[in-house]
Design a binder for this molecule. Structure first.
Ligand SMILES: [Cu+2]
Length: 375
């Protein structure tokens, strides 16, 4: 019994933690279904979540020198930055593939679920290639990023300025991003998205990761990583080193759960989206926090607690440590009670999910509106 509860809880928690994926072009998963869990940034899944091309997905056609549109979908729109890399090593295993960057996508939550133009460099070689999209989420602080990746397979139509693949400086993805924390201390390699590196204009705003293959390119925000290390030339040339540091170690501000009264036309998804900036939760977390018997059913006038993602993870980690937030014995007791309530809610929700294995939680877009009578 206990073992099963723990297993279910673990499953739920890993689901609730995962928060974003590329949806256009169609990735190697072959659909836009849930594949949002974070990956370890030193794992092969960080290169691509699938080792080989999906034969059911046609190659996505792109043309050197032209724009192409991509789209990502975040179910919890965390602060952080995205980037696009290419590789022509389509027949090599993930660990041997070498990549180069073509685009920086700072603050990519601001384009959540929108078509985003990428300028394909006019010097791209022709042939089959891998488009690799990644995202580091900074909602847990500069020292604790979450990493996400997706790969899609391309056919590149070259332009008149095409170079050879050999003339592009390439590198493995594992190791292309710096450690976020060493010896318990933030390395400052990632920006403080809640403070000094919040906005593009801030002096502390840095994009982390290697420079674009053409580091002097004015396209695709490549100037943001112009001085970074790790590649950045299409003629085998220079590399002027660089700093890349400048972040600080501040942690995200604690946010508090808020009460929300359901309005006409609301869905759990729309509520999660509307509060994503402060609460950073998705519809699954709201459903779970309110122990709703059915995530599809909410009623106008119903009061929902919208929890806070940062506090949720902190709370889960705290678990059987003191759990108190202000040190007094009252605080400790309150903390334990809250932890127990939260665990109970998660287990209840997990059991609810377990009882309906055929009906996995619906994709957010399909959450049914309830109470939509004409006023
Ligand atoms: Cu997340």
């Amino acid at each position: 019994m206990h073992a099963r509860s723990y297993l279910l809880l673990a499953t739920l928690v890993s689901t609730a933690e995962g928060h974003g994926a590329l949806t256009v072009p169609t990735t190697r998963r072959g659909n836009t279904g849930y594949e949002n869990d974070p990956v370890a940034f030193d794992s092969e899944a960080w290169v691509c979540r699938h080792a080989v091309r999906n034969p059911d997905v046609p190659l996505f056609e792109i043309e050197a020198g032209q724009k192409t549109q991509i789209t990502w979908s975040f179910s919890a729109a965390h602060v952080g930055d995205c980037a696009v890399f290419l590789s022509y090593d389509v027949t090599k295993p993930l660990a041997e593939q070498r990549y180069f960057k073509i685009a920086n996508l700072p603050k990519c939550k601001d384009q959540n679920r929108l078509p985003v133009d990428i300028d394909m460099p006019d010097w791209l070689p022709g042939g089959e290639a891998i488009l690799r999209w990644d995202w580091y989420g900074l909602h847990q602080g500069a020292g604790n990023p979450e990493f996400y990746s997706q790969c899609a397979d391309l056919n590149v139509k070259p332009g008149p300025r095409a170079v050879t693949t050999e003339s592009i400086v390439k590198y493995p993805i594992i190791g292309a991003y710096p450690e976020a924390k060493v010896g318990g201390q933030s390395t400052g390699a990632y920006r403080n998205a809640f403070g000094s590196g919040k906005n593009l204009d801030d002096p502390g705003f840095i994009m982390t990761g290697p420079p674009c293959a053409d580091k002097d390119s004015p396209l695709n925000n490549c100037d943001l990583t112009k001085t970074a290390e790790g590649g950045g030339a299409i003629d085998g040339g220079d590399g002027d080193g660089g700093d890349g540091g400048g972040g600080d170690t501040a942690e995200p501000p604690a946010c508090s759960p808020i009460l929300y009264t359901v309005q006409m036309g609301d869905t759990l998804t729309s509520i999660a989206d509307a509060n994503s900036l402060t609460q950073q939760v998705d519809w699954i977390q709201i459903c779970s926090a309110n122990t709703l018997p059915d995530c599809n059913v909410i009623e106008v006038g119903q009061e929902l607690t919208i929890p806070c993602d940062v506090n949720l993870s902190a709370q889960l980690e705290a678990d059987d440590s003191d759990g108190g937030s202000d040190g007094g014995s009252g605080g400790v007791i309150a903390g334990v009670v809250i932890t127990l309530l939260l665990a109970g809610a998660l287990i209840a929700f997990a059991i609810w999910r377990y009882k309906k294995p055929a009906a996995a939680p619906p994709p957010p877009k399909q959450v049914v509106e309830v109470g939509a009578f004409t006023a």
